[in-house]
Design a protein around this ligand. Structure first.
Ligand SMILES: *[C@@H]1O[C@H](CO)[C@@H](O)[C@H](O)[C@H]1NC(C)=O
Length: 157
């Protein structure tokens, strides 16, 4: 999904302090928290270019499977933590509203089956140099689990 999710996150991060000019950006993805009962099963998550820097255009590519219809009422929650797991902030999103604004290449209702999700956005030009752990969770229109992913976003070097 993610995503305008990521662009809003990086914008929020940019609202903090510290100017960094030589930060490389990497996203690691750990599906460990996902469950077979999740409505969306992520198969792969990649971002390009691999060495994007603040201000660059970043494309996030997610390939996965929707195990049932995903429709209005589906929410996404992104919790941003420091590398040593201190909570920084949480943002909640209405998935279908974000899609409707044109932020995603897919629209609700998302039908069961393979989903190739792409989102391109510009990273903010200022991102505090650090390493961030993002916990992405959500619930569907019927309040069952939408997805779960842990992202490791490295802006530290
Ligand atoms: C979902 O919301 C959109 C507008 O927000 C509406 O047009 C559509 O009918 C809704 N779908 C359902 C199944 O309620």
């Amino acid at each position: 999904m993610r995503l305008t999710v990521l662009s809003l996150l990086t914008l929020s991060l940019a609202a903090s302090a510290a100017v960094v000019t030589r930060s490389a950006q990497k996203i690691g993805y750990d599906p460990g928290c996902s469950k077979l009962t999740d409505a969306f099963q992520i198969k792969s998550l990649n971002s390009t270019p691999a060495d994007a820097r603040p201000g660059d255009e970043l494309t996030v590519d997610i390939v996965g499977t929707a195990t049932k219809i995903i429709d209005n009422g589906t929410t996404l929650s992104v919790s941003v933590n420091s590398a040593n797991n201190v909570h920084i902030f949480t943002k909640n999103f209405d998935f279908c509203s974000e899609a409707k604004k044109g932020n995603f290449n897919i629209q609700c209702p998302v039908q069961p089956g393979d989903v190739h999700f792409t989102h391109t956005f510009n990273l903010p030009s200022i991102i505090p140099a650090s390493h961030y752990l993002l916990d992405v969770t959500g619930s569907t229109q019927d309040k069952t689990s939408f997805l779960c992913a842990n992202l490791d976003v490295d802006f530290s070097s």
